[in-house]
Design a protein around this ligand. Structure first.
Ligand SMILES: Nc1nc2c(ncn2[C@@H]2O[C@H](COP(=O)(O)OP(=O)(O)OP(=O)(O)O)[C@@H](O)[C@H]2O)c(=O)[nH]1
Ligand SMILES: [Mg+2]
Length: 363
């Protein structure tokens, strides 16, 4: 998937058309009254959510967006035509920021949702508006106002239900490729995944969920080490986190805690990522001996982060597919729990609707 997650564009609304200076020309009336029409308003630049889009890649080809100017007013009190709005389609989950201040201007999530990025200038009034007792023949009309223009940054946050997190080389992409039709790059070296990937897990009976695979995290990722933690924004809105830990590693607890600590340091979210419901997949169970596996599984379960939240730990092998079906069932269970809870609390915020939209896109 050609995935572009951040683009900068320049939006320019249309200028208002100028008002007209004109006088009635009637037979036998040498000096008719003023009849200059108003200028038309400039067109707005509008961003509109199109649920059939899932990338910002179209913005690579075009950076400048200009709406049409309003037409000038004309004689006989005819108003100028208003400029047409320029409507730019964006995918659901697009956050808009001011390029200069970094302030978040809009968060566009619902299909059909619209946001005016630059407002068109008002058209000027024609001279017929400026008649007064002392001035019967005004030779003045207003100019149109200039349209707004600004540089904005569009940032796409993937809308996935489950976010895969783990150290590089843990097997996240392999797992994604096994449970979805996504074909991410897989290789036996760290940082194979450079851009986030999405995939749909189809459980049949109309049950499915979306998984996001992001680049691996390492210690110090929050300071920019490795690929950094910028990619975590793509899992900010997932309902559940799935930690993928390489159980062939002698110390899988350390691997888990490294990732956990980095997630705790990601402060962009309203609530810490570590407060999300999570589960752990101990991957590569085909490599260690049975005893090693039991010992490592026990150690992980005893970690306070895991025991206090009663999180599920499942041993799997993405390579041999062992226990993959069980893992998916557990994930689905956790997601259903989440949905019931958030529906009770009224916090779903249309997420399930959006998630369905995403699925239709990806199939
Ligand atoms: N033996 C074994 N090897 C596995 C298993 N899962 C993944 N691998 C191998 O582990 C290596 C890393 O797999 P990836 O899926 O690329 O790992 P990743 O977590 O996506 O890595 P990054 O993208 O770098 O973060 C590859 O050589 C895989 O073939 C498994 O269950 N058993
Ligand atoms: Mg990967």
């Amino acid at each position: 998937m050609n995935f572009v997650d951040e683009v900068e564009i320049h939006v320019m609304a249309g200028d208002g058309g100028r008002g007209c200076v004109s006088f009635r020309h009637e037979k036998f009336v040498p000096k008719g009254g003023p009849d200059g029409g108003d200028g038309g308003d400039g067109g707005n630049v509008v961003l509109k959510v199109n649920p059939n889009l899932n990338t910002l890649s179209s913005f690579r080809k075009r950076r400048i967006y200009r709406a049409v100017n309003g037409a000038p007013g004309m004689g006989a009190n005819r108003h100028g035509k208003s400029g047409k709005d320029l409507v730019i389609p964006v995918p659901p989950g697009t956050e808009v920021k001011d390029k200069d201040t970094g302030a978040v201007l809009a968060d566009l999530t619902q299909p059909g949702e619209e946001w005016v990025a630059a407002r068109g200038g008002k058209g000027g009034l024609g001279n017929s508006h400026f008649v007064s007792a002392t001035r019967q023949a005004p030779r003045y009309a207003q100019p149109g106002l200039p349209g707004e223009e600004r540089h904005i940054v569009l940032e796409l946050k993937l809308l996935a239900d489950v976010g895969l997190v783990g150290l590089p080389n843990a097997g996240k992409s392999t797992l994604l490729s096994v449970v979805t039709s996504a074909r991410p790059k897989i290789a036996n070296y760290p940082f194979t995944t450079l851009v986030p990937q999405l995939g749909v897990v189809d459980l049949g009976d109309d049950r499915s969920f979306v998984i996001a695979d992001i680049p691996g995290l390492i210690e110090g990722a929050h300071t920019g080490t490795g690929m950094g933690i910028e990619f975590l924004r793509h899992i900010e809105r997932t309902k559940v986190l799935l930690f993928v830990v390489d159980v062939s590693d002698e110390d899988p607890c350390k691997a888990f805690l490294t990732v956990w600590n980095e997630l705790e340091r990601f402060h962009r979210c309203s609530s810490p990522l570590t407060e999300k419901p999570f589960l752990i997949a101990l991957n590569k169970m085909d490599i260690p001996s049975k005893e090693e596996l039991q010992e490592r599984l026990g150690a992980i379960k005893k970690l306070p982060q895991v025991s206090s939240s009663a999180a599920n730990v499942v041993c799997i092998s993405a390579a041999t597919h062992e226990n993959i079906a069980e893992l998916l069932k557990t994930v689905q269970g956790l997601l259903s729990e989440y949905s019931t809870q958030s529906l009770d609390a009224g916090q779903d915020g249309g997420q399930s609707e959006r998630f369905l939209e995403t699925i239709t896109v990806l199939h």
